[in-house]
Design a protein around this ligand. Structure first.
Ligand SMILES: *[C@@H]1O[C@H](CO)[C@@H](O)[C@H](O)[C@H]1NC(C)=O
Ligand SMILES: *[C@@H]1O[C@H](CO)[C@@H](O)[C@H](O)[C@H]1NC(C)=O
Ligand SMILES: *[C@@H]1O[C@H](CO)[C@@H](O)[C@H](O)[C@H]1NC(C)=O
Ligand SMILES: *[C@@H]1O[C@H](CO)[C@@H](O)[C@H](O)[C@H]1NC(C)=O
Length: 565
């Protein structure tokens, strides 16, 4: 059997449910359980050194069991399971199962968006409510929800835009709330990304399906090279090389190469399999020409004016652990301003340098956070690239005068990429966080870790991604216990190209993954960088957004690290 990604955590789940009405007896009982759990947990720590990790290659023996010497780590946060997260997402999962024909699916062209309370003009700060009424291709009103809709307001001349918050009324109508952040002529755009019938297909084909993407592993030793099939799930009817981190429940395997040892696996590259079979109608639903179609407004641009002399600005500093609302901000003159905390414009080289002085930044994850690394390396002339080396070809840049270190490392497999992605020397981000040396409090400096992953998980079951998130959740709470000053930020997924292979990479998958990230990290002292909100507002639909977007995301990150430029 493969390691089950959805197996419940073995760490005490039961001492999380404190209530005020417990009797003394219950409390004593819980206390005894607590002691037993502590004991179990502690004995588990002492098993750790025997856990075989990954590729047993030179660079990552499990040396840094920092808390093994400090006694058991007891998290103040509730343990969370894959099931907890899945059930919190229930309301977003498609329920309709009545797909009969393409003609009865939601049609953007037949649907309409109306203003709920039309007025001659609105004030900055007002809410604008739009009601979207969906119809099918025959023009009949839809009676159930589940359509995947993205909405934004924008004033192109002002380079201003913001996302709308879409609520499914589950009867074929949707309410979209916008906050009117700036004065001017404001246009409303509502896109039907996928009709609910297509969402249904996306959801069905993702369940338990590890086979949309396959991997070829390259083994090398000396001058000899061999390749074989690799996957997160392989039938055991052939000899396998299994790479597991049992404690974290992480697993992948390759068919054993003819002669080379399992430990000689160097790289993986992916390719698309023929994928799940769809009916003709389903294929049509998911065709590019039926993705992201605009829904007609029955109103024109709205007029927004300043009604009071003073504009309300957020009074709180940006700190980790704040609840990020949606929308969380807006663009004006191509600059992103948060709606709930004070963002500073860390856009000039001087401002960025003075914020980063003496700090170490660790970027961990996919290419979307590598963009942050790369932006800084390019923007800051004294920050010099030191080379691509170390575990997993990580990248390091240093400004030795200002004592700034910026380090990027890829997350571990899966990567959806036809390039040879190294696995040799790579570790799961949760394992890497155990080893990071961070500056503690006292010296006035604060290091930062920015984590981003998701895009490469879209082709695999949601539970697989959530399992990875929960390992990260545990690693973050442990990191914060030993280094409370470190800023931990999780960058949510941004939208991507609409012509991406939809069954592997649809933005609906990304949307669901972001909901999962909000759930998993929402109660921690972690800053969520809502790249989804930012890229929906900016209408980018690019996995690697333009530098204007990246510079604003980095500025938002720095606003959490330094409160003044
Ligand atoms: C499915 O179709 C049946 C019969 O037409 C209808 O009663 C039911 O409400 C439909 N379900 C949904 C989710 O629309
Ligand atoms: C859908 O539900 C909303 C809120 O309950 C209601 O205001 C609206 O009239 C309903 N629409 C239809 C078409 O039934
Ligand atoms: C938009 O729809 C509303 C509600 O049906 C209607 O009252 C209004 O006249 C329509 N406006 C336009 C410009 O068609
Ligand atoms: C530079 O920063 C490191 C930690 O990042 C610290 O140990 C070292 O003392 C600093 N050096 C100088 C010259 O400030």
């Amino acid at each position: 059997m493969c390691a089950k990604p959805d197996q419940p955590s073995t760490e005490g789940t039961s001492f999380a449910r404190w209530g005020s009405s417990f009797s003394m007896k219950k409390i004593s009982f819980i206390f005894v359980c607590f002691i037993i759990l502590l004991f179990l947990y502690f004995s588990k720590i002492h098993e750790w050194p025997s856990v075989k990790i990954l590729l047993d290659l030179q660079s990552h023996t499990r040396t840094a069991q920092t808390h093994a010497t400090e006694g058991p780590f007891v998290t103040p946060y509730k343990e969370m399971t894959v099931e907890d997260v899945m059930s919190s997402l229930q309301g977003n999962l498609p329920t309709a199962t009545n797909f009969t024909s393409f003609q009865s699916s939601s049609s953007a062209r037949h649907s309409v968006a109306r203003l709920e309370q039309p007025r001659a003009q609105f004030c900055v700060g007002d809410t604008l409510n739009v009601l979207v009424e969906m119809r099918d291709y025959r023009g009949r009103p839809k009676a159930y929800g589940g359509d995947f809709i993205l909405a934004r307001i924008h004033s192109p001349k002002l380079q201003a835009s913001a996302s709308g918050d879409v609520t499914d009324l589950h009867n074929g109508s949707y309410r979209v709330h916008f906050t009117l952040f700036w004065p001017g002529e404001v246009q409303v755009s509502v896109l039907l990304i996928h009709p609910s019938e297509a969402v249904q297909v996306l959801w069905r084909t993702r369940k338990q399906n590890y086979n949309k993407i396959a991997y070829t592993g390259t083994f090398a030793s000396g001058s000899k090279t061999e390749t074989s099939l690799c996957s997160f799930r392989l039938p055991k009817n052939r000899p396998l090389c299994e790479y597991k981190d049992e404690e974290q429940g992480e697993y992948f395997a390759c068919v054993r190469p003819p002669t080379l040892p399992c430990s000689s696996l160097k790289t993986l590259y992916s390719y698309n399999t023929p994928g799940p079979s769809l009916t003709k109608e389903e294929t049509r639903l998911l065709a590019r020409e039926n993705i992201a179609l605009p829904i007609r407004n029955n109103f024109s641009a709205v007029k927004v004016i300043h009604c009071t002399v003073t504009t309300q600005r957020p009074t709180e500093k940006c700190v980790a652990g704040m609840k990020s609302p949606f929308p969380s901000g807006y663009f004006f003159a191509n600059r992103w301003t948060s709606s709930f905390c004070q963002t500073s414009s860390f856009l000039s080289e001087d401002a960025i340098n003075s914020c980063l002085m003496g700090r170490r930044l660790y970027f961990r994850g996919d290419s979307t956070v590598h963009q942050y690394y790369y932006y800084l390396e390019k923007k800051l002339t004294d920050l010099k690239f030191q080379g691509s080396f170390g575990p997993c070809l990580s990248q390091l840049a240093v400004d030795s005068r200002r004592n700034i270190t910026v380090h990027y490392m890829k997350h571990f497999t899966p990567w959806i990429s036809a390039h040879h992605i190294p696995v040799n020397g790579c570790v799961y981000v949760s394992r890497d966080l155990e080893k990071l040396e961070l500056i503690g409090d006292g010296d006035g400096r604060q290091d930062a870790v920015v984590i981003s992953f998701g895009q490469h998980f879209r082709a695999f079951p949601l539970e697989f991604f959530i399992h990875r998130l929960l390992n990260l959740r545990r690693a973050i709470t442990q990191l914060q216990a030993r280094s409370p000053q470190t800023l931990v930020m999780v960058k949510l997924e941004n939208t991507r190209e609409l012509n991406s292979k939809v069954l592997c990479l649809s933005d609906w998958y990304g949307y669901m993954q972001n909901m999962a990230q909000r759930k998993v990290f929402g109660d921690l002292k972690v800053a969520l960088l809502d790249a989804w909100d930012i890229t929906v507002a900016a209408n980018t639909f690019a996995v690697h957004p333009h530098e204007i977007i990246v510079s604003n995301e980095v500025a938002l990150f720095l606003s959490h690290l330094c409160h003044h430029p």
